[in-house]
Design a protein around this ligand. Structure first.
Ligand code: MN
Length: 236
């Protein structure tokens, strides 16, 4: 007998997986703050003294937007912001859960990788930061986490050395390498898993390099990481 709900259950977010028609069902979205020295500095922090810290975005289909390859996703520009920022990030998808994962074992928990944007209402985030309040209104709004095709880890060579770039209307704004992560992917998984039991379906936005900035309505943002599928997104 099927369960009788008082209204239809919300659709879960999922991502396409390269090389298969099967999709990756998303559970939670964890994000690492200030994980590149250059970005920590541009946000007014000392990159040398901070352990990793985390925030979350919703894992539902309102926030996590699967961006189809070869086209530009057109998303609604968010409300209540005059300083809407892009942050291009390597997204790590968890395929095997665990708590207190050792750094040496962390790679075995990775399903794959994608390019994602941790879109941010920077003005609202700043107000909340100044007041010592949570960041949700700056980070966890609808359409705040566009993500591209997931590439299974076994099919991606050398992600730890990959270049990561973001361009707005063809002009490069962010350009770095995954090698510049303060906390490596494995260290991030290990640390995060001491705080939350990770589960298959979790996504980790690993942090953005320097060069974040505002995007205007209609401007096309292209995110690139070597070895992965680019994403192209505009907010209108
Ligand atoms: Mn970020």
């Amino acid at each position: 007998m099927s369960t009788d709900f008082v209204f239809s259950p919300h659709a879960a977010a999922s991502l396409p997986v390269a090389g298969t028609d099967a999709r990756f069902p998303v559970r939670r979205v964890y994000c690492v703050g200030r994980n590149y020295a250059g970005h920590a500095r541009e946000m007014g922090s000392d990159p040398d003294r901070e352990p990793p810290f985390f925030f979350t975005k919703p894992g539902d289909a309102d926030a996590v937007i699967a961006v189809a390859p070869g086209s530009t996703a057109e998303l609604p520009f968010p409300s209540q912001t005059n300083n809407f920022h892009y942050e291009c990030e390597l997204v790590v998808a968890i395929g095997k859960g665990g708590a207190n994962i050792a750094v040496a074992d962390a790679a075995s928990h990775i399903f794959g990788y994608a390019v994602g944007f941790d879109m941010t209402r920077r003005d609202l985030q700043g107000k909340m930061k100044d007041a010592g309040r949570p960041w949700e209104i700056g980070k966890a709004f609808d359409f705040s986490a566009p993500v591209g095709v997931l590439h299974p880890a076994a099919q991606v060579a050398g992600i730890e050395n990959a270049a990561i770039t973001l361009a707005v209307d063809g002009a490069t704004k962010q350009s770095s390498h995954i090698t510049h992560l303060i906390w490596s992917i494995s260290e991030t998984i290990a640390n995060l898993s001491t705080l939350f039991a990770l589960q298959p379906g979790d996504l980790i936005f690993s942090g953005t390099p320097e060069g974040v900035g505002a995007v205007q309505r209609g401007q096309v943002m292209v995110g690139h990481i070597d070895g992965l599928t680019d994403i192209s997104v505009k907010y209108v």
